[in-house]
Design a binder for this molecule. Structure first.
Ligand code: CP3
Length: 347
């Protein structure tokens, strides 16, 4: 038994209640976050400042009462350190001004350990958090994370968020070799980056495939899942004691085909958790999956928490939202969600 109930729950061990956290829990719905971000000047400066990044990582533990902290950073720091030029434009989101269009663009990217080693500010943040969490003595876990190679590649190829994914899907169907070359190069960096996160002190890994649903089900393994599994196989062979959470968003049609050596399957809000339990519950612990906008209503939140609890019972489950919390959610409602999860599952 570890002394962290979140880690125990990831491995399917008995816990006094079902632990809970929220994707994007360190963020704009918290006035305390907005204050620190203003002091840092902008979002990227905040990611680059280990002291401030550690501070906002811990805020949801004290303010909202979640059972795990998630490292404050962003998935896009990886392509940034591979040599792409990341900007966050106010009101628009992330932007790369030099998207990947051809083989020469890929060859110019920094790869492997050279790129992973440049993310020192992330490792420094983790080391600081490890000390701070150990000093607190409340045994809350620290989650490290990465984007899945496919989700990272969508930004590297499109240059920004997209509704249609037409540029990367054109590449998928007209030049799949080029897309695989990008995915393989990103996968190598991610493996070493996550290894360094583990060595710096994280307790759990989550791999976010936020844009999984952009791929048709028959192609999902080829262009995304197999790379996520390559990362989890690599980490599991070296660090079997570190749980791995896979979060592919919006792929109910792929549930029958899910495979791999990992511990927790993150269920998004569009997938009925009963369906995920039927297909995957024996093999993996499940995480999720309240519709995040239910957080606008405490009544709707209470209802969903009870419904999820009725399906999942009190084992092999971690409470979470089915995707990230939105910036205009009242903090009191986030606190209500966390309390309800801990209350209904108490043994
Ligand atoms: O609390 C946490 O979950 C930890 C921090 C975290 C952030 N981004 C901070 C952030 C995590 C885990 C991420 C992951 C991330 N980043 C994903 C995957 C998770 C998901 O929600 O699907 C994706 C797709 C990104 C890329 C990204 N970063 C986008 C599209 C945006 C702009 C849209 C938005 O939400 O503002 C960001 C910016 C970002 N990342 C913010 C935060 C707190 C907002 C920046 C700010 O204005 O302060």
């Amino acid at each position: 038994m570890s002394n962290k109930i979140f880690v125990d729950a990831c491995f399917g061990k008995e816990t006094p209640y079902t632990p809970v956290w929220m994707m994007r829990q360190a963020g704009r719905y918290l006035p305390e976050y907005m204050k620190v971000r203003a002091e840092a000047g902008n979002f990227l400066n905040l990611c680059h400042d280990p002291k401030k990044a550690a501070e906002v990582t811990l805020q949801p533990l004290d303010i909202v009462g979640v059972d795990a902290a998630i490292l404050f950073s962003d998935i896009l720091v990886i392509p940034d350190e591979m040599g792409m030029d990341l900007e966050f434009i106010k009101g628009e989101g992330p932007k790369f001004n030099d998207p990947i269009t051809c083989e020469a663009d890929i060859d110019r990217l920094i790869g492997g350990d050279e790129a992973a080693s440049k993310l020192t500010y992330v490792f420094d943040t983790i080391k600081l958090l490890r000390t701070q969490l150990d000093e607190r003595g409340d045994n809350k876990a620290l989650i490290g994370f990465t984007g899945a190679p496919w989700t990272l590649a969508t930004y590297m190829i499109e240059g920004q968020g997209t509704k249609t994914y037409n540029i990367c899907k054109k590449m998928m169907y007209s030049n799949p070799k080029l897309l695989h070359k990008i995915l393989a190069k990103v996968t190598e960096v991610v493996k070493l980056y996550m290894e360094k996160q583990i060595e710096s002190g994280i307790d759990v890994v989550q791999i976010f495939d936020s844009w999984a649903a952009a791929i048709e089900p028959s192609k999902y393994d080829e262009f995304s899942w197999k790379y996520m599994v390559e990362i989890s196989d690599y980490l599991k062979s070296k660090y079997p004691h570190i749980p791995i959470i896979m979060f592919p968003k919006g792929i109910p049609a792929f549930l029958d085909k899910v495979y791999g050596n990992f511990d927790v399957f993150g269920v998004d809000w569009s997938t009925p958790i009963a369906l995920a339990k039927e297909k995957l519950g024996d093999k993996y612990v499940l995480q999720g999956n309240m519709e995040p906008t239910r957080l606008y209503s405490q009544e709707m939140t209470t209802e969903a928490v009870q419904d999820i609890q009725d399906v999942m019972g009190t084992s092999r489950h971690i409470f979470n939202l089915g995707h990230g919390i939105l910036p205009d959610v009242p903090v009191a409602n986030a606190i209500h969600f966390v309390k309800e999860c801990q209350r209904v599952s108490k043994k």
